[in-house]
Design a protein around this ligand. Structure first.
Ligand code: RVP
Length: 494
């Protein structure tokens, strides 16, 4: 039958980038790119929407580094929306809708609030949001009776406050002059409208490359599915402040995915909606036609994925990205290369193939900021990692329900025994804080850009050319004929 066999599929290990003419200084290099039509990041990296990779802590760390995290959806709508909230409140030039506490609340309640949002003090307001005082660590530290009421220990008005619309330097000057850490912003009637903290100023200096929204808050994305109350989930996440929604399935070239994208798009306040995953030009075109603002590519490349073995379906990732980009580029829709990256060099390969950003699972699952405890095995440190299609992620544990079975279109499967897993469970070496992992990944990408001759991601995409290699070439690429005695921060043999 004509057309039965498509072109040869290639993946990261099948290709290398050709060195090109280059006359740039390291400072000329700019790694900014687009996740979707309206979401711009300063480094082209996303953390995967997986329950061992991205919760609020990872999302905050990713955005501080200049990328963005996509919060996983294997939890209740309320819990996921809370995670969005945590990221959006974590730091910004000004908190526009600060956490507050009622004067009649107990100190125990104030403690819980501070711990949950990792803050050191809370403005106290009445039912009409009128500012009555502020309660901070300093007020509470020496109180042994945690049943006492907030109004008994708070520092009451008059406090040093700022007017709404105060400039950054003016606010900083007030904080400095009065030696205070928090500056509540009030309107003419004394109603609390915002809060500026010293911590935020320090963070802004500490993370100059952070990816932020127009109000100075960290960027965050969140995943939804297609089954049951997925639409309500999307609405709750948007309301909580998510900058984009990812309709996250293992087969994006299906009507349910297109319908969900269209539904969210037509009901939302202009938040970008990304669809996936697909691995063909037709699949990408279907998502473009459904109105997607971004397209996620990858069927089977993931380190924990068994779809290609269990179902025999997939496309090697470099070819998949290339094919998808043929449809997406024409429509001006950015492409995310999702899964299968093992080394920093794979990032540039994905971008040259046509991706605008990449999504990482296994490379980030070992970070301090990923969910889960450190495991000690034979004196070495690990963190657990698993596919969202693994039995562990899809089965019901006690009263813990799985919310992600529909990623594999198995929400209707009656019992855990009847599930068809498409992923496995395991562990990856502990890698320390995300900042050092990202430093190596982005450092590698900057080297790629220098070698290929591309100052910006679009220039890299235009100028980059591949050479296909053989298994002998791959062997030559890796260290060979030597026994490694010292571990490198960006290389380990498999
Ligand atoms: P990797 O970075 O190679 O670990 O791949 C991560 C990606 O794998 C995820 O972003 C997701 O698209 C895919 N995934 C997640 N779970 C599974 C599975 O169980 N098959 N696959």
């Amino acid at each position: 039958v004509p057309g039965k066999f498509q072109t040869l599929g290639l993946t990261y290990d099948d290709v290398l980038l050709l060195p090109g003419s280059s006359d740039m200084a390291p400072d000329d290099i700019d790694t900014a790119s687009y996740v979707s039509r309206n979401v711009r990041v300063n480094i082209p990296l996303l953390s995967a929407a997986m329950d061992k990779v991205t919760e609020s802590r990872m999302a905050i760390a990713m955005a501080r580094q200049g990328g963005v995290g996509v919060l996983h959806r294997n939890l209740s709508i309320e819990d996921q929306a809370n995670q969005v909230d945590l990221v959006k409140r974590s730091e910004s030039g000004m908190v526009t809708d600060p956490i507050t506490i009622h004067p009649e609340a107990t100190l125990a309640e104030a403690d819980a609030l501070c711990a949950r949002f990792r803050i050191s003090g809370v403005p106290v307001t009445d039912n009409d949001k009128k500012l009555l005082g502020i309660v901070t660590n300093r007020d509470m530290a020496f109180e042994t009776d945690r049943a006492r009421r907030v109004h008994e220990v708070m520092t009451p008005m008059p406090l040093v406050t700022g007017k709404v619309g105060i400039s950054g330097p003016e606010a900083m000057e007030l904080l400095r002059k009065h030696k205070i850490e928090k500056l509540p912003l009030v309107d003419d009637r004394g109603v609390l409208k915002g809060l500026i903290t010293v911590k935020d100023f320090v963070k802004a200096e500490q993370y100059p490359n952070a990816a932020k929204d127009s109000e100075g808050r960290l960027l965050v994305g969140a995943a939804v599915g297609v089954a049951g109350d997925s639409f309500e989930r999307a609405q709750a996440l948007i309301e909580a402040g998510a900058d984009f929604i990812v309709v996250d399935t293992a087969h994006g070239h299906s009507r349910l995915v297109g319908d969900m994208i269209a539904k969210i798009k037509s009901n939302s306040s202009g938040v970008d909606v990304i669809g996936g995953n697909i691995a063909t030009r037709d699949g990408a075109q279907a998502l473009v036609d459904a109105g997607a603002d971004g397209i996620k590519v990858g069927v089977g490349p993931g380190s924990i994925c068994t779809t290609r073995v269990v179902a025999g379906v997939g496309v090697p990732q470099v070819t998949a990205i290339y094919e998808a980009a043929l449809a997406a580029k024409e429509a001006g829709v950015p492409v995310i290369g999702d899964g299968g990256l093992q080394y920093s060099g794979d990032i540039a390969k994905a971008l040259v193939a046509g991706a605008d950003t990449v999504m990482l699972g296994s490379l980030l699952a070992g970070c301090e900021e990923s969910p889960g405890e450190l495991l000690f095995i034979n004196g070495k440190q690990f963190k657990s990692y698993r596919g969202m299609g693994s039995l562990g992620a899809m089965q019901t544990r006690g009263d813990r329900k799985s919310f992600s079975k529909d990623r594999y279109f198995q929400e209707g499967v009656a019992s855990d025994e009847a599930l068809i897993p498409e992923g496995i469970e395991g562990q990856v070496p502990y890698r320390g804080p995300l900042s050092s992992v990202v430093h190596q990944l982005v450092g590698g990408l900057r080297q790629s850009m220098f070698y290929v001759g591309g100052r910006t991601v679009p220039e890299l995409q235009d100028n980059g050319r591949f050479v296909r290699i053989t298994s002998a070439g791959l062997k030559e690429s890796h260290p060979h004929d030597i026994q490694m005695t010292v571990e490198a921060p960006n290389y380990s043999s498999k």
